[in-house]
Design a protein around this ligand. Sequence first.
Ligand code: SAH
Ligand code: SF4
Length: 429
Amino acid sequence: MNEADSQRAAALLWPAFEPGDSPETADVVLINTCSVRDKPQQKLLSELGRLRRIKERKGSMIIGIMGCVAQQMKDEIFKRAPWVDLVVGPDGIDDIPQLVAEAQQGQHGASLRLLRHAPSLDRSVEVKTQRSSALVNVMKGCDKFCTYCIVPYTRGREASRPPHVVMDEIHNLVQQGVFDITLLGQNVTAYGNDLSPRTNLNTLVTNILKEAPSIQRIRFITSHPMDTKDDTLELFALPQVATYFHLPLQAGSDRVLKTMGRGYTFRQYMDIVEKVRKIRPDVAMASDFIVGFPGETREDFLQTMDAIETVGYEGIFSFVYSPRPFTKAAGFEDPIPRAEKLVWLKELQARQNEITQQKFADMVGTVQPTIIEGPSSRDPNEMMGRTSCHKVVNLPLPKSAIGTMIDVRITEAMSNSLRGEAVAPDADQ
Ligand code: SAH
Ligand code: SF4
């Protein structure tokens, strides 16, 4: 989501400014920030120290902080780092050009109001891209208030972008050659509930595919189990919908799920997994997990270990619980020491790595439609592509293949990626 917000900021600043690749040569540096866990905030403060030295050396450079840490720290940023020129929360992105212009006149400025109806909701921007894949925000904010989560406080209330605005952004991307779209929202499965007339994710995706038939792949993240209804799952019957379903479970224990305020039990979660697998048997399931939530016992944690076996995830994102300001859970009793939580996290990640390895190995010999994204990071003479289930495949191909979708036979499973070879179009005939 931050990546999409950064692209929006760049599009709004263009053509007065164009993207650069180093603060050493930049006139404006914008840092986008995340405050879901504590570490990124500390990283911001050390990065600001580095930028201060560059600014002093160069004599002038506008420095702006955007995103959730900006929203959370507000004016404190100016106090702790007076060399910062602008501070902009998630709803203030559209104010950035004005604030940069004011900073050029020597003024410090901030845009930190959280709005029920942010201007970015109704206003489409033309993001410039040369890639075949793109991110499109369809919603902002979150109303769920999980007891551990800062997002509703930093991104504000849930609000959907009207379908015609989403479509305008997609048409602009498609005209530039994009054929792989990821729709973004904290809870994309709640899309349209707040719009009048009311709509839903199924209608949005179906209409996008009708109006932009050149789109070959579409994904949506993140889904919330509480809002995932049958019509969302039916989308997996469409061939363009990616074989990838990110459905965060967070914990395997019903007791912990309840204190987290997630609104479902593990059994209800499994009902969704079983339903989607009936529609698309090879769907790759992915999830987020929090380990060591306040009050979580070893027995609760072992239910998370069981859950990853039962579901059989292709991959997970897992984190030790991090107490966040404003949240309910920050006041809960939390007797388990962090060192022990880290041991649990390692245990979860080690077992998941084995499961992931098995999933990778199961793909050897299959043919996967793969979008070639660019040179491989390991060997620039090879290309890197992504399968529909979002796995990285490296393979020998000429540079001219970048931005195309081709069939790839998987030849080998590595620890974090696959190796493959292009299947000639008539090879199986
Ligand atoms: N809206 C999405 C997730 C957004 S935040 C959802 O509900 O699934 C991304 C992930 O960060 C969460 O899924 C959660 O696993 C993790 N996270 C959020 N708050 C956290 C906290 N206080 N400590 C540790 N992890 C957290
Ligand atoms: Fe945070 Fe819960 Fe909203 Fe996800 S659903 S953004 S975890 S409050």
